[in-house]
Write a protein that binds this ligand. Structure first.
Ligand code: GDP
Length: 424
């Protein structure tokens, strides 16, 4: 098996969670290496339906060790709530199957508050943040102004460090935004309520992983969001504040020496984008409503209706390239079954010229999609499990995408359940 990263090729919400849930059967360890609780990975299995925000999607598999790596935005409050929700449905979560890196930095209550304050200040120029504190968290991490989970294990050191941080952060909260300064007692209460709960899971995951690597364990790296939301390679500034691409996985996981043998890029059979920012192939009106309803495209975290469009070959090819994908999982093909003709965005025009290159972010607003139509199949494909049983029009659609993006489509998912999959 070796090491495998499961990553999003587009704007996120491609169905990564269901792919990790499916493939964890063959892996020993699943690691979340970046991002926080600002997106949701939907997983449907024998325990029920879950929208996982921070927990790795391997949490349902017996014998699999799940790790929150040093690259994640560790929000103890939401993580604890999530652990309670998931365990309430009968899934055991113990320090044996969940380990939190002592080097993961903590998302503190003021990060959420600052996110809301800044979005309010931006008003109609807002980024469309989910207000989970992710951007303020990563800014502080890189300024070295937050604390690492491991510090919770050293209380005296922690008290002093928190007091220093608080003095600094209140300058921004009160001085810049005119908000109430945070008091030491409030912060202490928060630490005692939530951080104490997650303490038993915190350990030196780097040492654990180095041993696992030496023992030849198979590791799955789980990304949050997609290539187009990557801080450096995405549609900046409408990106997230961390690197979602596969090449960051070794760094953010705690195993910088890891070699990734396979990168499974998850691509949705059409496009969706949640929040603000350029979205070249966006559909509007009744066409958009029909696709949104068919795919039930509402945010897992916020319930916001997602923007929808046809598959965008230009953006997808770029996503495949920056992810260095070696295999593609094409999800939600069943959703397109209602269409007579299936639109595909094959190129962009920029400044009157056709292009196949994904443009620089500032140019995206002026890019126009070139749409072609492919034959639909107009029948229910959700029960199909073999490639040869798919209608010819559906096969043509998959083959067209595969050829255009330059990567083999090895998985086709035709429903949200674990076994609704065609392996090719
Ligand atoms: P993630 O963040 O990339 O894991 O994606 P989300 O969980 O936000 O969104 C994927 C949504 O599509 C979830 O509601 C899944 O249950 C659902 N889903 C995944 N694969 C399929 C599929 O093949 N068909 C259908 N109809 N739904 C799917």
């Amino acid at each position: 098996m070796g090491n495998c990263a499961i990553v999003g090729i587009n704007w996120g919400d491609e169905g990564k969670g269901r792919m990790v849930d499916l493939l964890t059967e063959s892996y020993d360890i699943v690691i979340r290496y970046q991002g926080g609780g600002n997106a949701g990975h939907t997983v449907i299995n024998e325990y029920g339906k879950f929208a996982l925000h921070l927990l790795p999607s391997g949490i349902f598999r017996k014998g699999v060790v799940n790790i929150l790596g040093n690259g994640v935005a560790l929000d103890p409050e939401n993580l604890w709530k999530e652990i309670e929700e998931v365990t309430a449905k009968g899934v055991p979560i113990t320090p044996e199957n969940l380990k939190i890196s002592d080097r993961a930095s903590l998302l503190l209550p003021w990060h959420r508050e600052l996110d809301g304050l800044e979005e309010a200040r931006l008003a109609d120029k807002k980024y469309g943040s989910t207000k989970q504190g992710i951007a303020p968290f990563y800014s502080d991490k890189y300024q070295k102004k937050t604390i690492m989970a491991g510090e919770l294990l050293y209380p005296e050191h922690l008290t002093e460090h928190l007091a220093d941080l608080l003095g600094w952060k209140n300058l921004t909260l009160a001085g810049v935004y005119g908000a109430e300064p945070v008091k030491v007692a409030e912060l202490r209460e928060w630490i005692d309520t939530y951080c104490e709960k997650i303490k038993p899971f915190i350990c030196d995951t780097g040492a654990f992983l180095r041993k696992a690597q030496a023992d030849g364990k198979d590791i799955l790296f789980e990304a949050q969001l997609g290539a187009l939301r990557d801080l450096d390679y995405g549609i900046y500034p409408y990106t997230t504040s961390s690197n979602s691409i596969a090449s960051y996985a070794p760094v953010g996981s705690g195993l910088p020496s890891a070699k990734i043998d396979e990168v499974i890029g998850v691509v949705k059979a059409y496009s969706t984008c949640v929040g603000e920012g350029p979205f070249v192939c966006e559909l509007y009106g009744s066409e958009a409503d029909a696709l949104r309803e068919a795919g039930f495209e509402y945010g897992a975290k916020t319930g916001r209706p997602r923007r929808v469009g046809p598959i965008d070959i230009v953006a997808t090819r770029y996503g495949v390239q920056v992810q260095a994908a070696t295999n593609i999982a094409l999800t939600k093909l069943d959703v397109l079954s209602f269409m007579d003709k299936i639109p595909v965005c094959t190129h962009y025009t920029v400044g009157g010229k056709e292009t196949d290159e994904f443009p620089f972010p500032s140019v995206l607003d002026s890019a126009k999609p070139v749409i072609e139509y492919m034959d639909g199949w107009k029948c229910d494909i959700s029960g199909i499990r073999k490639w040869e049983d798919l209608p010819v029009a559906a096969q043509r659609y998959v083959e067209f995408i595969e050829k255009e993006i330059g990567c083999h489509v090895g998985f086709i998912s035709v429903g949200p359940e674990r076994d609704s999959i065609i392996i090719r």
